[in-house]
Design a protein around this ligand. Structure first.
Ligand SMILES: [Zn+2]
Length: 249
């Protein structure tokens, strides 16, 4: 296959490949690579050498993760990662500025990197059958906060001065590790206990995009004002998405 160095399209879907054959990485002119429906359980990070790729289909494999180097395939227009067991996707997907179609359905994604909002050309994003979209109840489970957490929250909220002088260093460090609740109505803080809540956010009035919120308590989820990305984002003028379809079901 090394002699076929001018090959531009390669279809190897529906075989029994258990890994991506290294020789493929020598085919530097490949524009289309289909490897769907195999038994591939990892994607090598040096796939980044195939910089001519516009279509990469890895759907229907056993991938648990995608290397961050995929962000180097800067010409990609169509990326198929559906029907795997992905729990996360790298934030570097946000570097694929020509990406038009991103298939992520039938995985185990619980959250998406906000960087995908950089994909200005993205027209289709499929997300169905991921924990992200089909059951939010689990995300609302909250183990009872520890007494340390509860007292820490109370101390932080009262903003008692000169704590460094009266408390041991480890407690001061703990208090300084508090995270701000994302609910703008709340002003609360949390340490280790939090509610992870998926919220569908209006995206410029046209789309509903799932984003993960970290709240201080289950009660905090009520009455959260809708986040308007056009007005709340610091890069307001930069966001001009043309996303046409977000497939959630
Ligand atoms: Zn809160």
């Amino acid at each position: 296959m090394q002699l076929l160095s001018n090959m531009e399209h390669l279809y190897l879907s529906g075989n029994r490949l258990e890994y991506l054959p290294p020789v493929i990485l020598t085919l530097r002119k490949l524009k289309t690579l289909h490897l769907g429906g195999n038994f591939i359980d990892s994607c090598p990070s040096n796939i980044s050498v195939l910089t001519s790729l516009t279509v990469l289909y890895l759907g229907g494999n056993r991938l648990r993760e995608i290397p961050a180097s995929i962000g180097c395939l800067y010409q990609l227009e169509n990326l198929g990662l559906c029907d795997n067991v992905l729990e996360t996707i790298p934030s570097t997907l946000g570097d694929l500025h020509y990406l038009e179609t991103l298939s992520l359905h039938n995985n185990k994604l619980r959250t998406l990197p906000t960087d995908i909002l950089n994909l200005r050309r993205l027209q289709q994003l499929s997300l169905r059958n991921n924990p992200l979209v089909h059951s939010f109840v689990h995300n609302m489970d909250l183990a009872p906060p520890s007494l340390k957490e509860l007292s820490g929250r109370s101390v932080r909220l009262q903003r008692t001065p000169n704590l460094e002088e009266v408390l041991p260093t480890d407690l001061v460090e703990y208090l300084n590790s508090a995270c701000q609740c994302v609910n703008p109505e709340c002003n609360g803080v949390y340490f280790d206990a939090r509610v992870e809540h998926v919220k569908f956010v209006d995206f410029c009035g046209k789309y509903r995009v799932p984003l993960m919120q970290f709240l201080c308590s289950p009660r905090c989820s009520a009455g959260i004002p809708s986040v308007d990305y056009e007005t709340s984002s610091e890069s307001e003028e930069e966001i001009e998405p043309i996303m046409r379809r977000v497939l959630l079901g």
